[in-house]
Design a protein. Structure first.
Length: 131
């Protein structure tokens, strides 16, 4: 009858080792991922040099009654907001916006400002026949 306590203790020891392996199971995908991580490196949230993308002004449109702009891919008027940027004013060639407590102006490139409508249509050449 002395073999029963030995079997029980061996069984308990093997269950304990299985339990310790099971506690490591959540770490298994990290080892399989193939990327080694330096344990002394700070988390990504603390890595310096992370900046958000600069805002993009694509167009400014105006009629006699209102002015709007395509800012970060969305149409917006004065007082509107896009992606955390508040548009304070839509200017003739840009926008004035407020973001993170700072007011900044963003203007269209000069090449876009140079597009003008022709004053009149050019004269057509006649074929010689009178209409």
């Amino acid at each position: 009858m002395k073999t029963a306590p030995l079997r029980r203790s061996a069984l308990l020891a093997s269950l304990a080792s299985l339990a310790s392996l099971a506690s490591l199971a959540p770490l298994a995908p990290l080892a399989v991922a193939g990327e080694l991580r330096d344990p002394t490196r700070p988390p990504l949230a603390f890595v310096a040099g992370r900046h958000e993308a600069a805002p993009v002004l694509s167009a400014v449109m105006s009629t006699g009654r209102w002015r709007g702009a395509i800012f970060n891919g969305e149409f917006v008027r004065s007082g509107g907001s896009v992606d955390g940027y508040t548009i304070e004013a839509v200017l003739v060639d840009g926008v004035r916006y407020r973001h993170a407590g700072r007011t900044t102006e963003l203007h269209l490139p000069q090449a876009l400002n140079m597009i003008k409508k022709p004053a009149s249509l050019p004269a057509r050449a006649t074929s010689g026949a009178n209409p």
